[in-house]
Design a protein around this ligand. Structure first.
Ligand code: MN
Ligand code: MN
Length: 297
């Protein structure tokens, strides 16, 4: 069973953008400029962002994306994770890199790359997700770091970034097998030995997705939901992508109201529980009989 051709096209776009990020990100870069560069590169190649480009600094592990007027910049000493997804017709690839501007954390960034490479090296049709986690955790330990235990890789499915099956970053019993014809994102995260090795919700939520399309008894909100569905379906989005739909105050109230009605879900930023720095590496792969195809390499 082979996967859709779109996965290969999306993967090629993602791998070009990975290189572009590496060559263009520096101290002083505005986070907003980086994510816009990534997202414009995706659309100019005829694809769509599968979710807002995430850019997470230091102890923020995941789910930060800049607001429309965001002034944050990369500073000397920062460890910067850029995580983005590309989709063509709902076929999604998901990939991330970490760039260190802090010599203290270069080894940790390198460790996540090794954790990912060793995980990929172990994957073939029929391996259990928990065995991939064992490889990731063993590499982290050997290299002197902790994996983040409550973040994991995941199966990818049309219009779904997280399609049910998780690929944990530690050994886990009773997990399903990875299958030919399926697509998976593998994403080890590492923190220092002083870290808790888990993330907790932070104070900011800038990313949302639709979970239902039920009428909410307010025609303006219903039209807003229809527009969100036509733009994003079930994929995550952020304020930057809907700023044409209303002023910032109205959008914030509309989003809040739809969160309360459980029409939207939010993705709070995830922060290392001891505030230790975090690094991440991620590729999207598909298993074959005796190995793996890395789509985003
Ligand atoms: Mn990702
Ligand atoms: Mn992912």
């Amino acid at each position: 069973m082979s996967i859709a051709e779109e996965y290969f096209k999306a993967g090629k776009i993602a791998s070009e953008i990975r290189r572009k990020i590496k060559s263009s990100l520096s101290v002083g870069s505005r986070l907003l400029d980086i994510v816009e560069m990534v997202e414009q590169n995706i659309t100019s190649r005829g694809a769509q962002p599968a979710f807002p480009c995430n850019i997470c600094i230091n102890s923020v592990a995941a789910h930060y994306t800049p607001l429309p007027q965001d002034d944050l910049q990369v500073k000397d000493g920062d460890v910067v994770k850029v995580d983005f997804g590309v989709h063509i017709g709902g076929y999604i690839v998901d990939t991330a890199i970490t760039i260190s501007f802090n010599i203290k954390y270069d080894a940790m960034v390198r460790a996540t790359e090794i954790m990912l490479q060793e995980a990929i090296g172990a994957i073939r049709a029929g391996i259990r997700a928990g065995e991939v986690g064992r490889v990731i955790h063993a590499a982290a330990q050997r290299l002197g770091f902790k994996p983040i235990l409550n973040l994991s890789g995941h199966a990818v499915a049309p219009y779904l970034v997280h399609a049910g099956l998780s690929i944990p970053n530690t050994y886990t019993a009773g997990t399903p097998e990875l299958k030919v014809g399926q697509v998976y994102a593998i994403e080890p995260f590492a923190t220092t030995l002083r870290g808790a090795g888990v993330v907790v919700n932070g104070p900011v939520t800038n990313i949302f997705s639709l979970v239902a399309r039920k009428p909410v008894g307010d025609s303006t909100l219903d039209r807003f939901v229809d527009e969100l569905w036509s733009r994003f379906r079930t994929l995550p989005f952020t304020y930057r992508q809907i700023k044409d739909l209303g002023d910032a105050g109205w959008l914030e109230r509309a989003v809040k109201s739809l969160l309360q009605k459980r029409v939207l879900r939010g993705y709070p930023v995830l922060v290392e529980a001891q505030n230790e720095f975090v690094a991440q590496a991620e590729h999207t792969i598909t298993p074959v009989e005796n190995g793996v195809i890395v789509l985003t390499e």
